[in-house]
Design a protein around this ligand. Structure first.
Ligand code: OGA
Ligand code: MN
Length: 317
């Protein structure tokens, strides 16, 4: 880190962002000094991988996440998912309510899994955004069968835009919807086919919010972003699509290959985009991933939404 002497063993995973911190064991809580360094690294690099972090259980993951701020609780449990005891744990597994691997015919689950495979930032459809996500591998499929997680450096992608584009988009506001992502990922699904996104809960966030901890601007072009406020619907959709394709170019992408149960990935949703990738393990092997999320407390947290609307937000996915 510039100007400081890092005590942690930080290894770059990509030219512009994403690092692995080696030698951290989270089977017991970190000291304040170690936590501060992890958080500083997250703010600078957007993604921090810790292999064999080894949280002993869900509670330890929640307690560690709480060091970043207010941990989100899911208010609704999908009856087609396992019943995990802590509402702070989001089940990102491919397991159903009977703890069996989800198959293609399980529409209630595959639509969400496909939605996760589109570029997104967690919780951008909520009036109050998500800041940190922490994903922990509890059980992984065989290494060669996929199930990697991709990240895109949305700050670098913004920096590299032509000045003319920057000034054109700098003050725009995108309108986000949970269902928009699901419809895009599942165009033929009867679950979403007849739903009009504009009749659904909508959240307004700047297209280029500042990432307060680093002072850098970010392209918040998630697959929940449906259109641009005050712009023709199609024109806005095309602009979002164009910017998302720009941010998702290979040169901005880091693909994290999970290695061991006990590995964790921590990312800053106010700095990077991410997506799940598919694999030949799907429908065959267990992938038990558990996520905690921390609410954004920066000045961009509520976007242009009424903070009162955040009180009963959905808090999922
Ligand atoms: C998430 C997510 C990707 C993955 O947990 O928010 O998008 O690879 N996960 O499971
Ligand atoms: Mn996600």
């Amino acid at each position: 880190m510039p100007g400081t002497t890092s005590k942690l063993d930080i290894h770059p995973l990509h030219d512009s962002f994403a690092v692995e911190i080696k030698g951290i064991d989270l089977s017991t809580p970190p000291t304040d000094a170690v936590f501060d360094e992890i958080r500083d690294a997250l703010h600078e690099y957007g993604v921090v991988i810790i292999r064999n972090a080894n949280f002993p259980d869900d509670k330890a993951q929640i307690d560690f996440s709480a060091l970043f701020g207010e941990v989100e609780k899911s208010k609704w449990r999908n009856p087609h998912m396992r019943s995990l005891p802590h509402p702070e744990i989001f089940d990102i597994s491919n397991l159903d309510e009977k703890d069996q691997v989800v198959t293609n015919s399980n529409e209630k689950r595959t639509t969400a899994i496909r939605g996760n495979a589109l570029w997104h930032a967690d919780g951008s459809f909520n009036p109050r955004r998500t800041y940190v996500s922490l994903l922990r591998a509890v059980e992984l499929p065989p290494a060669a069968m996929g199930g990697h997680t991709e990240y895109a450096d949305a700050r670098q992608a913004y920096d590299d835009l032509p000045e003319e584009t920057k000034s054109k988009i700098k003050n725009l506001v995108a309108v986000h919807s949970f269902v928009h992502n699901r419809k895009t990922a599942n165009p033929d699904s009867p679950l979403f086919k007849d739903i009009n996104v504009l009749d659904q809960p909508l959240a307004r966030h700047k297209l280029v919010p500042v990432h307060e901890p680093s002072g850098r601007d970010m392209l918040y072009v998630t697959s929940y972003a449906h259109h641009i406020e005050g712009m023709d619907l199609e024109e806005g959709k095309n602009l979002i699509q164009e910017l998302q394709s720009h941010a998702a170019q290979m040169k901005y992408v880091f693909e994290h290959h999970w290695e061991n149960a006990g590995d964790i990935a921590i990312w800053d949703n106010t700095a990077v985009l991410h997506r799940a990738t598919s694999g030949s393990y799907e429908g065959k092997f267990r992938r038990d991933m558990r996520r905690t999320c921390v609410m954004d407390s920066s000045s961009e947290a509520y976007g242009l939404n009424n903070p009162d609307a955040a009180k009963d937000q959905a808090n999922s996915s």
